[in-house]
Design a binder for this molecule. Structure first.
Ligand code: FES
Length: 104
């Protein structure tokens, strides 16, 4: 069942144009800040399991640090290569906490 869980505090969240990785309930999450808006992807790249949260933001995409596959920060759909995607999580800010929806 889906549930909203606290990922980190707002102060810990990445600055605009940055990504970070975090783990909650055994799930690795890549938290990205694109233009001031937070979004969350599965931290594990579908290519060779690279850590997306150690990558970087390019436009609206999160780029994997290992071989530069690029995923849309919100949808997880890959720009390169076509037809690939990574899971995404809903995100919301509540007070000073960043919450993600796990187990959808
Ligand atoms: S592991 Fe992410 S692009 Fe290869």
């Amino acid at each position: 069942m889906a549930q909203w869980v606290r990922l980190c505090s707002l102060a810990e969240a990445p600055a605009v144009g940055q990504v970070m990785e975090a783990e909650v309930q055994g799930v690795g999450v890549c938290l990205a800040n694109v233009g001031g808006e937070l979004s969350a992807l599965d931290n594990v790249c579908p290519h060779r399991q690279g850590p997306l949260g150690q990558g970087w933001v390019e436009g609206e995409m999160v780029v994997c640090p290992w071989h530069s596959w690029a995923f849309h920060a919100k949808t997880g759909v890959a720009e390169y290569p076509e037809g690939e995607r990574v899971g995404s999580f809903a995100v919301r800010v509540e007070g000073q906490d960043v919450l993600v929806e796990i187990g959808r």
